[in-house]
Design a protein around this ligand. Structure first.
Ligand code: SF4
Ligand code: SF4
Length: 394
């Protein structure tokens, strides 16, 4: 018979129950509830694994609400591997989730990883984006969420092609391919201004993180292998992807691929080219630092340094360093949590008259747009730094 002592329960991940992680956790901050803290989640997972807890909806909701920001991992003296702990638990207990959770997760993956479905949705979005129809949405709060689509644009048809070995391949990522085509176009244009040829990589729908992080590890691994094989097959000089969430996952799982996050790559280019000529830009911008910055290997200080050379630009950073609350499909499954977690940032935007938010992760962009709409501050724009830099680089 198993010995279910509390020591044994906690031993596998060495959690010392010190509580140092608590005040760094965004879900604990808004709920002030031990079960919504890293320490609470560890206890729940070990309780489930040792069959002391039933995989009930009330137990699993605390595993689902983790944004995978990994702020807890950074401060944990026992070096608990939170990413593995949460993703494995989500995978193991996926079958026990509520049907609505399973359906939403499967549908999101289906919509975002199927190119034909995406093309159809894109066509519908094009129609909904019609200026005349949008007047109606803006008057009707039920349709506020349609504003998600305002960042959707077409890929430019123009492709600058020499030979694959000399080209940079641009990986769009599954959600960015739908909502942030403008960034791929900006990448191509910005690199062109620096005499670098690039093209969008076709036939790769997803890096795998979408499924891996939401309880379907095998599916995530499958997509990741397809992506890596395709990247290696094309023999690009370098592959770059512009969603930091994708870059973080690809960096963890890449095989041979010469991959670099697109923001990181473009900042290197701009830094080397020390005579960048930027337009005068009279704006108050706020730079958001996604939780995946470190694992995506993006040098945030380099971004700040380059932005500081733009004439007339007033730069702000958020006062709180918490995750924005979008991570790990929280925007879909725990929308109210995402809204509550991002609230201090929305207050900061309002009180500092921010015109523009720069963020390099698609989930964070959508979370900002959602809360901007809810708070009726639609004049605030959300843009990827690559698009912003391309627009003002002469
Ligand atoms: S990963 Fe983030 S949200 Fe999840 S427990 Fe750790 S700090 Fe909290
Ligand atoms: S900081 Fe680490 S050891 Fe301390 S309670 Fe949190 S997870 Fe456990």
């Amino acid at each position: 018979m198993k010995n279910h002592t509390s020591y044994r329960m906690l031993d596998p991940d060495n959690c010392a129950m010190c509580g140092m992680c608590l005040n760094h956790c965004p879900t604990y901050k808004i709920n002030n509830n031990e079960s919504e803290s890293p320490r609470g989640r560890i206890s729940i997972i070990h309780g489930l694994n040792d069959s002391m807890l039933e995989p009930s909806t009330s137990a699993l909701k605390h595993i689902n609400s983790c944004t995978l920001c990994l702020a807890c991992e950074t401060v944990c003296p026992a070096k608990v591997d939170f990413y593995n702990l949460i993703t494995k638990a989500r995978d193991k207990y996926f079958k026990n989730q509520k049907n609505i959770f399973k359906i939403k997760t499967i549908l999101i993956s289906f919509f975002l990883t199927n190119s034909l479905v995406k093309k159809t949705i894109n066509s519908i979005i094009q129609i909904l984006n019609n200026k005349i129809l949008r007047i109606f949405y803006l008057r009707n709060s039920i349709f506020k969420l349609i504003n998600y689509t305002k960042i959707q644009t077409r890929f430019d048809e123009e492709i600058y092609f020499l030979s694959k070995e000399k080209n940079i391949g641009i990986f769009t990522g599954c959600a960015s391919n739908m909502f942030q085509k403008d960034v791929a176009n900006s990448c191509i244009k910005l690199l062109k201004k620096n005499n670098i040829n690039s093209e969008i990589i076709k036939n790769v729908e997803c890096c795998g993180s979408l499924d891996y992080n939401s309880g379907r590890i095998n599916k995530g691994i499958k997509y990741n292998k397809i992506a890596n094989n395709e990247f290696n097959k094309k023999k690009y000089k370098k592959v770059i992807g512009y969603a930091s969430g994708c870059s973080s996952f690809i960096n963890k799982n890449k095989t041979k691929t010469n991959y670099q996050d697109a923001t990181s790559y473009i900042l290197d280019i701009l830094e080397k080219n020390n005579k960048n000529n930027f337009k005068v830009t009279k704006k108050n911008i706020c730079i958001h630092k996604p939780c995946t910055t470190k694992s995506a290997e993006i040098d945030f200080s380099k971004l700040m340094k380059i932005l500081q050379t733009i004439p007339s630009l007033k730069i702000f950073t958020f006062e709180d360093n918490y995750c924005c609350g979008a991570g790990s499909q929280n925007l879909i499954h725990n929308n109210q949590n995402s809204i509550n977690i991002i609230k201090p940032k929305i207050e900061f935007i309002k009180s500092n008259n921010i015109d523009l938010i720069l963020t390099y992760n698609i989930g964070c962009s959508l979370n900002f747009i959602n809360s901007i709409n809810i708070n009726n501050i639609d004049q605030v724009e959300v843009t990827h730094p690559i698009t912003f830099l391309n627009n003002i680089l002469l």
